[in-house]
Design a protein around this ligand. Structure first.
Ligand code: CMC
Length: 427
């Protein structure tokens, strides 16, 4: 146990316990700060604030390490499957063969959507962004699955978790089908989780659909790489929404809304759009100069990370996967060459070196997803599909935590002090 932290606030000396986790930085437990001193801490963006205890995911941003329940992301991405990682995140240990089989079967039994939900899609414009549809439809699940919204019942929580993980591919694939005017495809439970998603997305009733095993593996790996990332913005949103006792479907809809932003899940869409706009390696210096220019709001999308101040370990796997997919599909898209060259030039530039800006997971994921055939607007929907596992696991962890409280940050008020109302005619 580390020594207590000592602080002097408004002439008062106070001490706070310092807690140590298994690995990673200690935390100063300042829960009694306000009661003892009348002062709050101030930390916009939570750059120095731990909001909870969690045994799910560990990141060492300086070393470029990401562990799920202790297992390095590289090993999981290379050797396991998304279903295995989902089981691991939800249950704490890797499954035995039998446990994995049972879990996969359970998930596959929940892949269909209530038939009436299809009518929801028809209320959207055809050009609706898939994330707009995902927010709406996932939130609407609470109106269809009442029997799994009692968060005080652990069995209902488990069923809701399974439903969310199982139905997300169906919901995302239907959002895509709606945008291209093709009929919705029902799930095929003889396929893997990822193979089924590919079929629901790209299959049509007019002809048989063959799942390409290289594409299936690559997409499964992308799902693994996006499954969880500790207390990121969307996960914190899910936890905050859940802390009020909201049902899990509503909480996931909140997470999806947060993920949509270009600084978070929307970055893969933005990164590919940027690479296409750059077009050829010759134009890269122009964009690097823009990214460095303080007067230009432009940023290199897919670069930099709040936590990683080293190479994002997920980007390493992603870069390798691009090659495999391109070779298997015979794709010859100059966007990959542009991405590689941009990475090379940025990593040798003092601005990026000094600020420790490295490619993140989104730098290459868009390149792969585009080669597979997904339009850019679907990228964030795929991220949401995969991150649902993390959101659900973190939400469950929070609900089971006896110390859980409603999330309620404080503020530094900078508005007017109290003043008297003046009737409109006298203003
Ligand atoms: N291009 C150019 N400069 C950058 C970039 C970038 N992509 N990212 C950060 N910087 C600069 C920034 O201008 C600032 O400079 P200064 O100190 O001179 O003001 C410095 O680096 C620190 O940036 P920050 O915005 O304070 O850092 P942050 O930790 O708040 O932001 C970030 C992290 C991911 C929002 C940011 O790096 C960014 O906007 N990147 C592009 C968007 C992106 O790729 N997001 C995906 C994140 S990974 C997916 C996920 O986990 O959700």
């Amino acid at each position: 146990m580390a020594d207590n932290a000592k602080l002097q606030v408004a002439g008062k000396d106070v001490e706070f316990p310092v807690r140590s986790g298994t690995i990673g930085p200690d935390v100063v437990d300042i829960r009694k700060l306000y009661a003892q001193t009348g002062a709050f801490t101030y930390d916009p963006g939570f750059t120095s604030t731990a909001s909870c205890d969690s045994a799910l995911t560990y990141i060492d941003g300086d070393e470029g390490v990401l562990l799920h329940r202790g297992y390095p992301i590289g090993q999981l991405a290379e050797e396991s499957s998304f279903m295995e990682v989902a089981y691991l995140l939800l249950n704490g240990e890797l499954p035995s063969g039998e446990e994995l089989g049972n879990f996969t079967t359970t998930i596959s039994r929940h892949t269909m959507l209530h038939e009436q939900l299809a009518t929801f899609y028809r209320g959207f414009r055809r050009d609706a962004h898939p994330m707009a549809i995902m927010c709406g439809v996932v939130g609407a699940l609470s109106a269809f699955y009442h029997d799994s919204t009692d968060i005080t019942d652990p069995t209902q929580r488990t069923i809701a978790s399974h439903r969310l993980i199982a139905k997300m591919p169906t919901i995302a694939a239907m959002a895509y089908k709606y945008s291209v005017g093709q009929p919705f495809q029902y799930p095929d439970n003889s396929l893997s989780y990822t193979g089924n998603f590919l079929k629901m997305t790209f299959g049509v009733p007019a002809e048989p659909y063959e799942v390409n095993p290289v594409v299936e593996k690559a997409l499964d790996r992308i799902f693994i790489l996006h499954a969880d990332h500790e207390q990121n913005a969307s996960t914190s949103t899910v936890r905050l929404a859940g802390s009020s006792g909201a049902n899990p479907f509503a909480c996931m809809a909140a997470g999806i809304a947060c993920l949509w932003g270009p600084a978070h899940g929307g970055a893969n869409e933005a990164a590919l759009n940027m690479l296409r706009e750059i077009g050829t390696p010759e134009r890269i210096p122009e964009y690097i100069a823009r990214a460095k220019n303080k007067d230009d709001p432009f940023r290199l999308m897919g670069f930099g990370h709040r936590v990683y101040k080293n190479y994002d370990p997920r980007a390493t796997v992603m870069q390798k996967t691009v090659r495999e997919v391109f070779e298997s599909l015979g794709v010859n898209d100059p966007v990959f060459e542009t991405a590689l060259r941009l990475e090379e030039l940025a990593l040798s530039d003092d601005y990026f070196i000094e600020k420790k800006l490295f490619p993140n997971v989104d730098f290459y994921s868009g390149v792969i997803l585009s080669a597979i055939g997904f339009p850019t607007t679907m990228f964030t929907a795929l991220f949401a599909l995969a991150r649902t596992v993390g959101w659900v696991a973190q939400w469950n962890e929070m609900i089971s935590d006896p110390e859980q409280k409603i999330g309620r940050p404080r503020q530094l008020y900078t508005g007017p002090a109290q003043r008297d109302y003046v009737p409109v005619g006298q203003r």
